[in-house]
Design a protein around this ligand. Structure first.
Ligand SMILES: [Zn+2]
Length: 322
């Protein structure tokens, strides 16, 4: 008994050290149907985004981009990447604003990470993502409650290139190592008739875009899987109510013309137990309303609607600031 307890403790410590495997069903790490792979790219939009989009177009693969609000804010070129991603038929999702550890934040700080990213994505691409991925996969009970309260799908993964670990190696070596888990878990040990995957890669490492992405696509396609977005993988819409998803064909308009306010869709009043406070100025971001959930008995659909509604208010207020 004592040995068993020690073993369990050791396993727990080992998993805590790696720290990223899901510990509750709220974290989605597999698709709802077999034979598909959701290819996901984190930490962008980065400087290799155009190159990656060209590869995905050539391979006719649709992917999901978990982008950082801070990267979008960093410069206009990266902000412009959001529309290119949408024009390519890919899905945009949130990887928070600062890439900080959500589990070390207050609930208000967690909400701000989401709302600031949602606002800047709406300003640049008209969408408010319904899918989020916690930096390093760190989203414990308090974080899970906040994200679900905002109506977000907490997106984990079940196979990893681990590309970031190899970024300092020679590119060919780094690419080989980034394929190791893919080869083991998907190519050797899986069956497209029964299995599905959410695959993690990063778009900010040159070797990963130069060498890994194409190998991932070719080997997994040859195994018999089809690549899908997270929306198709999970079966829930990509974006929250109030999003204005642009047409797939990229606009040919100039970027210096007058801003056209977006429509924000039907406004759904919040349910009981959810109130939207007066807009508050944040230290570095746009004006956002506070969202408080006071009634634990409120149903989750109501919370989703209310969260979307509140974000729509934030959008309208934020846009008026432009
Ligand atoms: Zn990340």
């Amino acid at each position: 008994m004592k040995i068993a307890t020690s073993l369990i403790a050791a396993l727990f410590l080992a998993s805590a050290a790696t720290a990223v495997m899901p510990d509750d069903p709220a974290k989605i790490d597999t698709c709802t149907k077999p034979g598909v792979v959701a290819l996901t790219f984190d930490d962008g939009p980065g400087m290799y985004n155009d190159q990656l989009l060209a590869l995905l177009a050539k391979k006719n693969v649709k992917a999901t981009f978990f982008v950082l609000g801070s990267m979008i804010a960093a410069n206009a070129q990266q902000a412009g990447a959001l529309k290119k991603i949408l024009a390519g038929g890919h899905q945009l999702a949130s990887h928070t604003y600062s890439h900080g550890n959500l589990d070390a934040m207050t609930e208000d700080a967690m909400r701000l990470e989401i709302s600031k990213t949602s606002d800047i994505m709406f300003q640049h691409a008209g969408v408010r993502p319904a899918y989020m991925r916690a930096p390093e996969g760190r989203c414990a009970a308090a974080c899970t409650k906040v994200m679900e309260g905002l109506g977000l799908v907490i997106s984990h993964w079940n196979v990893d290139t681990n590309d970031w670990r190899f970024k300092d190696l020679a590119p060919a070596t780094a690419a080989d190592k980034s394929m190791e888990e893919i080869n083991k878990v998907i190519i050797q040990d899986s069956n497209p008739a029964t299995d599905s995957f959410i695959l993690l890669e990063h778009e900010i490492h040159k070797f990963s875009v130069d060498l890994v992405a194409e190998r991932v696509i070719d080997t997994i396609t040859a195994k018999g899987y089809k690549f899908v977005t997270m929306e198709e993988c999970v079966g829930k819409p990509s974006y929250l109510t109030g999003s204005v998803v642009p047409p797939v064909v990229p606009p040919t308009t100039n970027t210096t013309g007058p801003a056209v306010p977006p429509t924000t869709g039907p406004v759904v009043p919040p349910s009981a137990g959810v109130t939207t406070g007066a807009p508050q100025k944040t230290s570095s971001g746009p004006i956002v309303p506070t969202i408080t959930t006071g009634n634990k008995g409120a149903n989750s659909a109501g919370l989703v609607r209310a969260g979307a509604w509140a974000m729509g208010v934030a959008a309208a207020v934020g846009f008026a600031m432009l």
